[in-house]
Design a protein around this ligand. Structure first.
Ligand SMILES: [Zn+2]
Length: 261
């Protein structure tokens, strides 16, 4: 564990702070993604109840706590508030704490917090409108390349960039081939760009592991949701989940696998 050199009190304190940050960011980014999916402006006023339009007061905006205290209902009209709010807040809290435990207080942690926050946003938009906005691909890509240039030099940054582009090109060719064989689109353009962007973050072996995980997660979720054959299914959230798992455990799984030979 990356925090083990710290005394237990400080490690615990950091974890609580990170969980709170995750809850607050989960709430804010869920709201932001919701507005982007519906093409509302980023700053289109205070949050409102989706049923009655009543503007939410400060007491109704505390992540998780407000939802629990109000028993999942609007204080004004009593309409049910979607479980997606507390679920997305909790999800980002778990993701943030897991990254802290994996990477400790490092620049890598900052980079992966940005990556996972953007993956979270694009998953919500993709679930709602089957679209992956470019800004959530560009932000982590620029952070990754900037940090790579600063820490490892321009040669490594070039290699990283070529790897992302090459992996994107390979996936694009495979998808075009698959489309021809199936006679219908198999994967959205946004998913291909997302996989290429993640090629900047992972070495080849870890990236392949991530793609396999994404397929398994995607099929599992499609089966669990009872998605019918032939109906377009948002693949972005499965790729996002697989990328998070690969950040946490990819290195160990790849080393274990290579040790088998
Ligand atoms: Zn209401």
């Amino acid at each position: 564990m990356a925090l083990s050199p710290l005394p237990p009190f400080w490690a615990g304190y950091l974890m609580v702070l990170t969980a709170l940050l995750g809850l607050v960011m989960g709430s804010a980014l869920h709201c932001l993604s919701w507005r982007i999916a519906r093409e509302e402006g980023w700053g289109s006023g205070r949050s409102r109840c989706a049923a009655c339009g009543h503007t939410l007061g400060p007491g109704e905006l505390i992540p998780l706590v407000s939802w629990l205290l109000q028993k999942g209902r609007c204080r004004h009209c009593g309409a049910p508030i979607s479980w997606r709010y507390p679920a997305s807040e909790l999800t980002l809290a778990v993701v943030y704490v897991s990254l802290l435990l994996r990477f400790g207080i490092t620049l890598e942690l900052a980079q992966n917090l940005v990556l996972c926050s953007c993956l979270f946003c694009l998953s919500i938009v993709d679930l709602d409108v089957q679209l992956i906005p470019h800004r959530f691909l560009l932000i982590p890509a620029l952070v990754r390349l900037g940090l790579c240039a600063w820490q490892e030099g321009l040669t490594q940054t070039g290699i990283c960039l070529v790897r992302g582009a090459a992996l994107g090109a390979v996936i694009l060719l495979l998808v075009m081939l698959l489309d021809k064989v199936l006679g219908k689109p198999s994967m959205g353009g946004g998913d291909i760009k997302l996989l290429a962007m993640l090629g900047l973050f992972f070495p080849l072996m870890n990236w392949l592991l991530m793609v396999m995980l994404a397929c398994v997660l995607g099929i599992a979720v499609a089966l669990a949701c009872g998605t019918k054959r032939g109906v377009a299914f948002p693949f972005g959230p499965a790729i996002a989940g697989a990328a998070w798992l690969t950040l946490l455990f990819g290195q160990e799984i790849c080393s274990w696998y290579l040790g088998l030979f």
